[in-house]
Ligand binder design. Sequence first.
Ligand code: SF4
Length: 267
Amino acid sequence: MSEKPPPNVARQLAQHLESLRNAGVEFVPGATPAEPRPAAPAPPRRLSGPTALPTVIPTLTVPMLQVEALPQDEAQQRIQQLANLAKQVARCVRCPHLASTRTQTVFGVGPLDPDLCFVGEAPGADEDRVGEPFVGAAGQLLTRIMIASGLSREEVFICNILRCRPPGNRTPTPEEAGHCREWLEKTIALVRPRFLVAWGGTAATNLLGTTVGITRLRGKFYDYKGIPVLCTFHPSALFHAPEKKKDVWEDMKTLMARLGRPIPGKA
Ligand code: SF4
């Protein structure tokens, strides 16, 4: 008898499979495996040194990829692998202090092959209770930012650097982020987003392996295993520093231009 997947993943699986069934399709859309990632026109600049900026990808507008049908088996296989990964994560006790205080792990939600995967910091109290990332106050602000940018939550895969809530919502330690990195990397590899957005310094520095602060990183594209990464401030930072809202908005405009998608009302 197979083990039940965690609720958030089960919901994603059920929705996805139901939509396949309802549509009666034999294929689902996805990026062509053989199609190369959007390439920069020149080799990216890489600096060295402990505080060096990670690879910067020169700005260019990438047209929407031509999606090509993937065999249903391939999509189902990846969904199953994602569910298996979520079950592994749900049993993870690599950070014993987090495993003993969490209500549940917060794996991530969203579709396969999205244009965007958002990476935040760690679950807070609301996320720990619900089992989904970005559902608290910061998540509601993120939703408003997305809507203003012409995005819906359903089209974006959302996850965090950590899958367990640090008590008191403290910043994850490097050790905790290191423990959880395998889960993050495997998730991104299975989800296959076109672009990543690192929300906040914890996401940016851990994803890119740099010590450079978010104020310097924001607004530019970097590279994570061939996937362009845009860094910007975490929505929760906007509660304490509302002057950063204009920076986040500029970053969203940069992102949407790179995606080749218009900002509502600006087309
Ligand atoms: S934070 Fe990640 S590595 Fe640490 S116990 Fe939770 S799932 Fe495991």
